[in-house]
Design a binder for this molecule. Structure first.
Ligand code: SF4
Length: 611
């Protein structure tokens, strides 16, 4: 039930969620309560102590509320509503889409993939991981061991079957039950329960040997061996077997960071850091409470223990919620899978979650270490923020450039022309927003090419109603800057824009005749240099890929005397095959390593009609 009122006395004394709103019906704050009436009435006291609540109530106009059966339901609803509406006065976990996850799909024969899109689609997600390289190597190690298919359409069997990387469910070479047993093992493994996977495999190997199925026993022995190697690679072992998330926070009054260390089976499996918004004036227990509710409300693996430096609010309620979540997440049909039944029987006590503040020993030191990490990360953010603030002042732009989009063009005499767009958020590259463009502008016309890429990027942004970046950086001087201003103006986009010339580090600013030279040791200049170099690297890489693709299979291969080196020299000189075809013998002769005989042969081969 949902209702709108403005007097808290009209609220029921029941558990539920309340949404405080302003006069425009904008949600200012979402909260949950055991008794809606009691909780909301506390906002209407004369002498509100908390300054943030005082400001909130100055904007308050009316409220909506929803009654729930239990306080736990209210907790879940509150997390979902905060995630959906991001109310200004709630503590909000900054969007964590940039982190990669491992996904076990919900298909009939599931696949194991890397993704940054966590959806409520029945898949199992593991993560987030801090960096994509470590996820890739984990995937590479797990695929041959557990042999999950990696094709989009099961239209094989393909080479993967021939080289023992897939059991070929596409052609019925494996039963669905056998395939799913492997899927279950991957899940256990990714939950950090590697030892259980090893024990299961050991039992299966012994059973296969007893049944005289020696082929199967050998396959399992190899799996055991490979898994042992994978586990060896995971460093930083502790003496005890732990399955915990260790969470700490740091707050300097402007930036609030939360750090999570994921410890599985005694090993630190990963570390992630998150920025919290709207939390500068809140206490550590308030910040950690808000974080835990939002962090675990998505499809995320819940550990057996959560270790903290200070106790959170509602900790018993949160423990109960997480304990139920761990159970329903892992066994959505409400029962243990066959594989797990063998392991545990029907005992599910081990699935309860406890939230603790360790006072001494290894766990206490672990919490201290995570707290120290959070203050180091906070310092990095502070430095980046200082540099961005300087940049705003130097460039005279309206906002701190928290999101920068930078463009670079790469081509060879107009051939294979491409452009890159890289994105930096809070001074750090956000690679999943990077874009590459194959340009259609004919000829080597730098201005027209820059115009094309900017138009394509920002017309799309406008059509999707997205927010423009705080700063647009184009590679080049005054000419490129003018092109950028013209495109942005024509689309009605008002934001900071500069041109950055490679030579002499000159910064071209709108309406300022003389280019700016930033101090060479200034962190603001270092950010601009990183942005520019990254855009350049990304554009050159794409251009090179296109050129290599042209090079890979080319009619030039059919001319005797043309090897990879001469082919590369020809392509470097002319840019593409069409230009070589249009060149005269004398022009071909200008290329390194080509003599007159070979030049004539190339000319005649590419122009048979002219012979
Ligand atoms: S063998 Fe079949 S199921 Fe396996 S990857 Fe190849 S096509 Fe896909």
């Amino acid at each position: 039930m949902q209702a709108t009122i403005s007097n808290p006395n009209d609220l029921p004394e029941k558990p539920g969620v309340y949404l405080l709103k302003d006069v425009q019906d904008e949600i200012l704050y979402v909260g949950k309560a055991k008794s809606l009436k009691k909780r909301v009435k506390s906002y209407f006291k004369e002498d509100l102590e908390d300054p943030k609540t005082r400001v909130l109530m100055r904007h308050f106009h009316h409220l909506d509320y929803l009654v729930t059966d239990t306080e736990k339901e209210a907790l879940i609803l509150e997390s979902n509503l905060i995630k959906k509406h991001l109310p200004r006065y709630n503590i909000r976990l900054k969007d964590d889409k940039r982190y990669p996850y491992l996904q076990i799909t919900s298909e009939n024969y599931p696949r194991l993939l890397i993704t940054r899109n966590v959806r409520d689609d029945g898949s199992h997600y593991y993560g987030p991981f801090t960096d994509v390289t470590s996820v890739r190597s984990l995937l590479k190690l797990l695929k041959p061991v557990f042999q999950l298919r990696d094709c989009k359409r099961m239209d094989g069997p393909c080479l993967n079957y021939q080289i023992d990387l897939c059991p070929a469910p596409c052609s019925g070479q494996v039963t669905r039950k056998d395939y799913h047993e492997n899927v279950e093992k991957v899940k256990l493994f990714l939950e950090g329960r590697q030892k259980e996977v090893m024990d299961l495999l050991q039992k299966e190997m012994e059973q296969a040997a007893l049944n005289h199925d020696y082929e199967k026993a050998v396959v399992i022995r190899d799996q055991l061996f490979s898994l042992g190697e994978v586990m060896e690679k995971q460093k930083m072992e502790f003496n005890r077997s732990l399955d915990q998330d260790v969470i700490a926070t740091s707050n300097d009054g402007e930036v609030v960071v939360v750090v999570v260390f994921r410890v599985r089976n005694g090993k630190i499996m990963g570390k992630d850091d998150f920025l919290m918004e709207g939390a500068q004036e809140n206490s550590p227990p308030e910040i950690l409470t808000a974080f835990i509710k939002q962090y675990y409300s998505g499809p995320r693996q819940v550990p057996a223990e959560i270790l903290l430096p200070v106790m959170i609010e509602d900790h018993l309620l949160i423990e109960k919620w997480l304990s139920e979540k761990i159970y329903t997440n892992e066994y959505p049909e409400g029962g243990l899978s066959d594989v797990l039944k063998n392991q545990y029987g029907n005992d599910t006590d081990h699935l309860s979650v406890s939230v603790r503040v360790p006072e001494e020993g290894l766990e206490h030191r672990l919490v201290q270490m995570v707290t120290k990490n959070s203050s180091i990360i906070l310092n990095h953010h502070k430095q980046a923020r200082g540099a961005l603030l300087d940049l705003k002042t130097y460039l005279k732009i309206p906002k701190i450039p928290r999101r920068i989009e930078a463009f670079d063009i790469s081509n060879l005499a107009g051939k294979n022309a491409v452009a890159s767009m890289v994105v930096f958020e809070d001074g750090k590259p956000s690679k999943n927003y990077y874009r590459k463009y194959k340009l259609e502008t004919p000829g080597p016309d730098d201005y027209a090419m820059m115009q094309e890429v900017l138009r394509r990027r920002y017309e799309k942004l406008v059509s999707k109603g997205e927010t423009p970046p705080d700063l647009v950086v184009v590679d080049g001087g005054r000419g490129q800057l003018n092109v950028a201003i013209e495109v942005l103006d024509s689309l009605g986009i008002q934001t900071g824009v500069i041109g950055l010339a490679k030579e002499f580090e000159q910064v071209f600013i709108p309406e300022v005749a003389i280019p700016l030279i930033l101090p060479s040791n200034s962190p603001a200049l270092h950010i601009l240099q990183r942005v520019r170099d990254e855009a350049h690297r990304f554009a050159v890489k794409y251009h090179k890929n296109l050129r290599d693709r042209d090079l890979q299979s080319s009619p030039l291969d059919e001319i005797s005397g043309i090897g990879p080196k001469r082919k590369m020299n020809l392509m470097r000189h002319f840019g593409d095959l069409e230009s070589i075809k249009n060149a005269s013998v004398d022009e071909i002769l200008e290329v390194n390593g080509i003599n007159r005989n070979l030049a004539t042969e190339i000319y005649e081969f590419l122009n048979p009609s002219k012979n």
